[in-house]
Unconditional design. Structure first.
Length: 332
């Protein structure tokens, strides 16, 4: 058995605080604290002994921690928690408290021994790192917005459309779902700008973008500003009939905003819409479908504006392999 004298010196010379509390007495009072406990807390032996160790928390105990500590004690087990404690002079320090039950020869818990370690530096450093991570996260989000969103209207920008279109195309190809692509262009917008000025033109662009965004609210709908006064919408899972309805509805909604455009024949700000509906297939390019919708927009402009026109889906191009098969079967 180890020399008890040595054990006593070890406890008294320990750099970490050591305390002993009595189990089974009201409020589990401390009956011993070592010099390191006194140095760490600023409380002398006489001031600490007789009190429950929670006096160091000055009233506040995190409910989850309290529950965890109570549950461990009820089961006769130890626990380890990092607690905000206060020194006698009122300053905060973080106490990594590790408590173990001491049993008598019958297995009854008679005392608890507590080891206190001042981990303030570590906790503050962790907090600093967490704060820095939070800053980095919000900077990353801001950067992502900058890269993907159009600064004026807040909808996605052309760059993001170009990269997202490929993904949406592949998803629709896999699920064999139809995809409606709409090209939307404000009519006589130059005249609007000339009449009201660029600032008002910007405001009108925002109103149009908002109305379009409100019109397409399904998670799979994708709206982007394609450039200038032109927008593009991709609605996955939308068939030809609802696409036609939607295209007309968009024209109506923008017209009903009632934004005056005195130099346009209708006297109001209107849009033209071109759309195509396509089920992506092998040999069919996303760009070809986008081009079709753009051609339909051109047709809508040609048809007098303030209207929607559709274009047929592109036909899959014959692949090199298919050409070879055709050649072989025709014997040429
Ligand atoms: N205020 C504002 N105007 C813009 C912006 N981007 C493009 N425009 C203007 O949009 C106008 C587009 O003019 P055009 O391409 O001639 O088309 P339009 O006058 O709408 O005629 P149609 O499309 O044929 O009906 C130009 O005057 C551009 O300056 C923008 O961010 N803000």
């Amino acid at each position: 058995m180890i020399d008890l004298n040595l054990l006593q010196h070890a406890v008294m010379d320990s750099r970490d605080g050591i305390s002993i509390a009595v189990a089974g007495e009201v409020d589990t009072p401390l009956i011993f604290v070592n010099p390191a406990f006194e140095r760490m807390t600023g409380y002398s032996y006489d001031e600490a002994v007789g009190r429950n160790c929670r006096f160091l928390q000055q009233g506040y105990v995190d409910p989850d921690q309290r529950e965890a500590m109570r549950a461990a004690v009820a089961k006769g087990e130890g626990f380890s928690e990092v607690l905000p404690n206060y020194r006698k002079d009122g300053t905060l320090f973080w106490n990594e408290l590790s408590v173990s039950p001491i049993h008598d020869e019958h297995g009854t818990v008679t005392h608890y021994i507590g080891f206190q370690k001042d981990v303030t530096q570590r906790v503050l450093l962790d907090e600093k790192l967490r704060a820095r991570n939070r800053d980095l996260e919000s900077a990353k989000r801001a950067l992502e917005e900058l890269v993907t969103l159009d600064a004026l209207t807040g909808v996605y920008n052309r760059r993001h459309f170009d990269s997202r279109m490929g993904t949406l195309w592949k998803i629709s190809a896999r699920t064999a779902e139809s995809m409606a692509i709409f090209f939307i262009d404000i009519d006589h917008f130059k005249a609007y700008n000339d009449h009201f000025g660029h600032q008002k033109g910007d405001e009108a662009l925002i109103d149009v973008a908002q109305t379009l965004a409100e019109s397409f609210q399904r998670g799979s709908d994708f709206l982007a500003r394609y450039g200038g006064e032109e927008f593009v919408v991709v609605a996955c899972g939308m068939d030809r009939q609802p696409a036609g309805y939607f295209a007309d509805e968009l024209c109506r909604r923008i017209r009903d905003l009632g934004i005056p455009n005195p130099d346009s024949p209708s006297g109001r700000l209107t849009i033209s819409v071109g759309y195509t509906v396509v089920i992506p297939q092998p040999g069919m390019e996303a760009n070809a479908a986008v081009k079709r919708a753009d051609e339909a927009l051109f047709a809508a402009k040609h048809a007098g504006r303030n209207c929607a026109q559709s274009a047929p889906a592109p036909t899959p191009s014959v692949t090199v392999r298919e050409k070879r098969v055709q050649k072989t079967s025709s014997g040429s």
